[in-house]
Write a protein that binds this ligand. Structure first.
Ligand code: NAD
Length: 424
């Protein structure tokens, strides 16, 4: 599919971008038609109904999805998203992104993704627990520590992972390694909750250095102030960057003086979850999510939904560097425009891979029944991400590729090699 023909707005389909990035990589590494098919198609896709009796007695029917894309390099691994947009196309695209991400990090997992097409903000905690436990019951033997390991994504968190762990263990015996991102008090790893945002900040720092951008005092705009966006903001601020714009689903806020990120995070944690980002920030100018993307900042971090940088706004982006905190935020057509305009983009499969990397550490700790120190987790995260960054930067330089092209070339090449080694 040609990414340039995308309609990026409400009919945005993340598969177009995911498939285009893959197709380009396959052309670069040279793959037969049969191999192309194997790398593009999913190993298995399941969809099921999830009926739920609401608190008011009405019956709602949601849909659960799990796409297991590829497991040539190890068990399927990927998040569970709760969002009204969850469907086949999103799950497939995000599952394939996981396959390339785990390969690029060189961790022994494949790729999967899924979730429920619900808005978690509209459900009570007990409704969410029921839905979550029903989800895992329906997946049954398709998941497990050696089969498919679940993790948090948009709309899910450590509590959701605790429910998944509990539901799975009811039938299978105690098995914490079936899901990562659990609370630390329930088999979770130190450092997992903030790992994705921490990794985004690390990769942003290396990329800034490579692009001769001084991170100290650099202005940063972050779309999405959830797990990834808020942690990235915190760690970038700790590195001396000035976060001047943040947003959530309802809109954003801008202040040229920068925000006190710690105060905003604390207000959010202290019961401010329903407050708007403008209320949490306490000052600044209200801006839309679209305006945030085209601010004249040094660093732009899209850390929410997919497809926000598209053919209709890529030529208005003024950031000097883009680091993809969220998955698939840039359509293939936009990636070409940004490359032609000389705006470097660090792709999701590298920039936000800190989460799956510490998920791997959590899985390893659960299998060993042995907890690692927080410092060990952080050192190993940095080592793994740095190796991946160095490989991508080297390949990009040597072969005059964008960071995304280099990352996909390495990742897809590794999965292709694994398939060949296993044989048919
Ligand atoms: P989250 O649910 O914690 O936060 C999402 C944030 O995005 C919230 O602030 C929400 O209000 C905002 N948002 C939702 N829809 C939006 C829209 N249409 N426009 C602007 N903002 C919107 O989710 P998260 O875990 O931080 O995930 C964010 C992104 O990062 C997703 O793309 C996810 O796939 C990706 N990701 C997450 C992890 C992880 O460990 N949580 C790991 C890798 C990648």
């Amino acid at each position: 599919m040609d990414g340039k023909t995308l309609k990026p707005t409400k009919d945005y389909n993340p598969r177009w971008s995911a498939d285009s990035y893959l197709a380009q990589a396959l052309r670069r590494i040279g793959a037969s038609e049969a191999m192309k098919h194997l790398l593009q198609a999913s190993y298995r896709e399941v969809k099921f109904e999830l009926p739920l009796v609401r608190k008011d007695g009405s019956l709602a029917v949601f849909h659960g999805y799990r796409v297991q894309h590829n497991h040539s390099r190890g068990p399927f691994k990927g998040g569970i998203r709760y969002h009204p947009s969850v469907n086949w196309e999103h799950s497939h695209a995000l599952a394939s992104v996981m396959t390339w991400k785990t390969a690029l990090m060189d961790i022994p997992f494949g790729g999967a993704k899924g979730g429920i097409d619900c808005d978690p903000a509209m459900l009570s905690s007990s409704e969410l627990e029921t839905l979550t436990k029903r989800f895992i019951a329906k997946l049954g033997p398709l998941v497990g520590p050696d089969q498919d390991i679940l993790a948090p994504d948009m709309g899910t968190n450590a509590q959701t992972m605790a429910w998944l762990y509990d539901a799975y263990s009811q039938g299978q015996g105690d098995e914490p390694a079936v899901v990562t991102g659990k609370p630390v008090g329930l088999g979770g790893s130190y450092g997992r909750a903030e790992a994705t945002g921490r990794g985004v900040a690390m990769v942003a720092a290396w990329a800034a250095q490579a692009e001769k951008l001084n991170l100290t005092g650099a202005t940063v705009a972050i779309q999405g102030f959830g797990n990834v966006g808020s942690c990235a903001a915190r760690f970038l601020a700790q590195r001396g960057a000035k976060v001047v714009a943040i947003s959530d689903v309802r809109g954003g806020v801008y202040s040229g003086d920068g925000f006190d990120i710690e105060t905003i995070i604390h207000s959010k944690e202290a019961g401010g979850k329903s407050a708007s980002i403008l209320e949490l920030a306490g000052r600044g100018e209200a801006i839309s999510n679209e305006e945030l993307l085209t601010l004249g900042v040094d660093l732009l971090i899209p850390a929410a939904v997919g497809g926000v940088l598209h053919e209709n706004n890529a030529d208005q982006v003024k950031a000097r560097l883009i680091v993809e905190g969220g998955n698939l935020p840039t359509t293939c057509g936009a990636a070409e425009i940004l490359r032609d305009r000389g705006i470097p983009v660090v792709p999701d499969i590298l920039a936000n891979a800190g989460g799956v990397t510490v998920s791997y550490f959590e899985w390893a700790q659960n299998l060993q029944r042995y907890r690692w120190e927080r410092e060990t987790v952080q050192q190993r995260l940095e080592k793994t991400l740095k190796e991946a960054w160095d490989n991508v930067q080297k390949k990009a330089e040597e072969e005059s590729l964008s960071y995304r092209e280099a990352a996909y070339t390495i990742a897809v090449g590794r999965v292709k090699r694994a398939i060949e080694l296993r044989g048919f």
